[in-house]
Ligand binder design. Structure first.
Ligand code: FAD
Length: 322
């Protein structure tokens, strides 16, 4: 019996959310006394990086048709590994791609899937705690089945390599049994963000802007502050709905989940659907004219004032110290 984690690759290396899922999976494997295995699809196995997280065996699913993201086809590769190894559990990150791929695995195999888990305690069944309603409540659930499928809520754990990393993992090549149907949905083109902008997922500082920014042009002050801090801009859904900024910058339940060192929320009221995307920030600074704004209950620091005055003042102060 093994614990198998699907690891998504970014430029050939495990992405951050997959490292969190591996850390979560290692905890489960240790409790079960089972080896930790990984499966990668459509690329070479990053053996050194996976070995550092305690992976014993990497299953590398290879097929020329799998080099671009194709959720059902990638899931088929994972199903073939499940059929060959019968793991006790299969995990993936609860990010967009992990959730989609594991949902396909569940549909193909009929095994039950618990999404967005924050903890797991194995006994006859697995007792799992999972995020529901955009993170506004925690659900205790029991997961049964010969193979249990779980996605790990983003930022439920911090990615941490194994203290006693084993030798380099074995790498086993797997040829998937793909059908034409599996390949019907696949990525045909990628558009990179302009100008090599720092991604929301990687930024150490995110300057968030909401309706209070007032207009698309009003974001110039937030862009300047983000640049001064080496960070990037994130926005509320109102801002994307109004067309002031693209959806790729949206933070929240239907946008990105971020975990920067500092989130500066400017002119954002703090709806639960926004908070679920930013609550993993280590510190939150709120800038808002309303001393009763709900977001203040999540703030480490707050400035009650007009962002049009406060934001340029902070940028100017940073420039003096540069
Ligand atoms: P508002 O709620 O209008 O708040 C504006 C704030 O700006 C106020 O607090 C005000 O005091 C302040 N302000 C105004 N002027 C100034 C000024 N000059 N200086 C400083 N402060 C000022 N929202 C998301 O953000 N992300 C999501 O992913 C998301 N997903 C959703 C999914 C569903 C299914 C639903 C139903 C909603 C979702 N929403 C999401 C929308 C969410 O409920 C809120 O409507 C939205 O977050 C509010 O955006 P806001 O805070 O920018 O605007």
């Amino acid at each position: 019996m093994t614990v198998l984690v699907w690891v998504d690759l970014e430029d050939g290396e495990p992405d951050g959310l997959s490292l969190e899922a591996l850390t979560f999976g290692r905890g489960l494997a240790t409790t079960l006394g089972s080896p930790l295995d990984a499966v990668v699809v459509g690329g070479d196995a990053p053996a050194a990086a996976l070995g550092a997280y305690g992976v014993a065996t990497v299953h590398a699913v290879r097929d020329d048709r799998l080099t671009s993201f194709a959720p059902a086809a990638w899931a088929q590769g994972i199903v073939d590994v499940i059929d060959a190894t019968l793991p006790d559990a299969v995990l993936a990150s609860g990010g967009d791609r992990g959730a989609e791929v594991l949902a396909h695995v569940a549909a193909k195999t009929g095994y039950a899937l618990a999404a967005n888990c924050t903890s797991v305690t194995p006994s006859d069944a697995y007792e799992v705690t999972r995020l529901r309603w955009g993170g506004s409540l925690l659900e205790e659930a029991r997961l049964t089945g010969d193979v249990k499928l779980l996605t790990v809520a983003p930022h439920a754990v911090s990615a941490s390599p194994a203290a006693d990393a084993a030798a380099a993992p074995n790498v086993v090549d797997v040829t998937p049994n793909l059908s034409d149907d599996d390949l019907r949905v696949h990525v045909v083109r990628r558009e990179e963000p302009e100008g090599g902008a720092i991604s929301l997922a990687d930024a150490k500082v995110v300057v968030g802007g909401g309706r209070g920014v007032g207009s698309a042009e009003g974001f110039a002050d937030l862009d300047a502050l983000a640049a001064a801090l080496g960070g990037t801009v994130g926005v509320s859904r109102v801002v994307t709905s109004l067309g002031w900024r693209p959806h790729t910058q949206q933070v929240g339940q239907t946008g990105a989940r971020i975990a920067p060192d500092l989130y500066i929320a400017c002119g954002i009221s703090g709806a639960i659907q926004h908070i679920v995307g930013c609550k993993a920030a280590k510190k939150i600074l709120v800038i808002n004219t309303d001393p009763e704004a709900p977001i203040l209950s999540h703030a480490d620091y707050a400035i009650i004032g007009d962002l049009k005055t406060v934001v340029p003042a902070i940028t100017a102060e940073l420039a003096k110290r540069a």
